[in-house]
Design a protein around this ligand. Structure first.
Ligand code: OGA
Ligand code: ZN
Ligand code: ZN
Length: 390
């Protein structure tokens, strides 16, 4: 038996299913805005119809409230003369209680990231088989989920062929193109125009911090690995690093999350000449203080630093701490041909140790990107189709 009532002071409609459970709650104005009748909502496009919004009556309130037990429908007569019906399942999904909102954010919006230290690498490390990712939706979902939660996943047993990254990205949705094209080759090149295309050590960095719309997920396919002792991968969870800084050095944390830095990449690749700049702090937080994005790349930090001069030294002091911590927290491993290293480029900093490059000792990595919007969308579609939610 469902009981309906109103909390007049908070302008809430309450729905109680049992005495043991707290009532489900809905702000009145929200109910009016989300009326599901054909005048207010278009089934075919699954979207709200916009009329009424040019002259929105925010004083609208419930005139009469009833529960139709037979059809399991909440019925409301509004002060503006409108009538609305809401089904039980629709309401239950949208209950404003703290628990239901937390469930929605965790199960449908995005999974909760789990931050990890370098020492925890063995525990969080997971391998996925390339062929399985192509053929099994469940495997694809597990890979995307692991990537979202831990920011890192290793794909094994990919063929040493050109279409591996394209196939993986197409399973997710589509590749993210950048000024370096759809895919880019990392190998030691004489006269290289990008620092990564040298055999020198590549310090910890995020890819392409100079883009406002930075690529979300990096995929690195090892085609040839150097036999020299170098060419090891370094990876560090920079959200964890930021968290350590926040606890141990709060003022440095504040400096790195508030001081804008100029990130830049000028040059050309194939036929395209570019001048990319984006200005943003190293640690980017959302409105709730949660980690949103890390920017870091020594070669791609501009010599333009467009902040007041007194902010410069504190930034260097804070950055020296961040850099030291990121290196302390880094895990290391060396991929072998057929591995595809995939990681969250908004969160992880990655690099490699230097290697010897000769004609008979070559290292060749191919890189590509896929965006998080596309990856999360796929994650949700898969979760629904595989029955993780209705
Ligand atoms: C890069 C990069 C990693 C590697 O090119 O941005 O991170 O192992 N390369 O060479
Ligand atoms: Zn309506
Ligand atoms: Zn990189």
């Amino acid at each position: 038996m469902v009981q309906v009532s109103r909390d007049l002071q908070q302008e809430l409609v309450l729905l109680r299913v049992s005495m043991e459970q707290p009532a489900m709650q809905y702000p009145e104005i929200w109910l009016r805005d989300n009326c599901q009748c054909p005048k207010c909502y278009m089934q075919q496009t699954r979207s709200r119809l916009p009329h009424g919004w040019n002259n929105l009556d925010t004083g609208v309130h419930v005139q009469q409230l009833s529960w139709c037990a037979e059809q399991q429908i909440l019925q409301i007569e509004w002060s503006d003369g409108h009538h609305s019906d809401y089904t039980y399942s629709w309401l239950k999904e949208r209950d404003f209680s703290l628990e239901n909102r937390a469930r929605y954010l965790r199960d449908i919006y995005r999974p909760e990231p789990q931050l990890w230290s370098g020492q925890q690498f063995e525990q969080i490390q997971r391998e996925f088989q390339y062929q399985e990712l192509l053929s099994s939706d469940e495997a694809l979902l597990q890979w995307l989920h692991h990537l979202a939660v831990y920011g890192l996943a290793l794909v094994k047993q990919a063929p040493l062929e050109a279409d591996v990254l394209r196939n993986l990205c197409n399973r997710v949705g589509f590749m993210r193109r950048t000024t370096y094209g759809d895919e880019w080759s990392v190998r030691a090149q004489p006269g290289a125009s990008n620092y990564a295309y040298l055999a020198a050590p590549l310090p910890l960095h995020t890819d392409m911090p100079y883009f406002e719309y930075k690529p979300g997920v990096t995929l690195l396919h090892t085609l040839q690995q150097s036999d020299s002792p170098g060419g090891w991968n370094l990876l560090s969870d920079a959200f964890h690093v930021a968290d350590v800084l926040r606890q141990r050095h709060p003022s440095a944390f504040q400096v790195l999350s508030e001081t804008p830095v100029d990130w830049a990449d000028m040059g050309s690749d194939k036929d395209l000449t570019f001048h990319n700049i984006w200005r943003e702090p190293v640690i980017n937080l959302d409105a709730n203080g949660r980690y949103k994005r890390i920017n870091h790349s020594i070669p791609q930090r501009d010599s333009h630093f467009s902040v007041a001069p007194h902010l410069v030294r504190p930034w260097y002091e804070a950055m020296a701490l961040f850099s030291r911590l990121a290196n302390e927290q880094a895990c290391t491993f060396k991929t072998t041909p057929g591995d595809v290293l995939t990681f969250d480029n908004l969160r992880m900093v990655h690099g490699r140790t230097g290697y010897d490059d000769t004609d008979c000792n070559v290292r060749h990595i191919v890189g590509a990107f896929v965006d998080w919007d596309i990856a999360y969308s796929r994650w949700r579609v898969l979760r629904r189709s595989l029955g993780y939610f209705k």
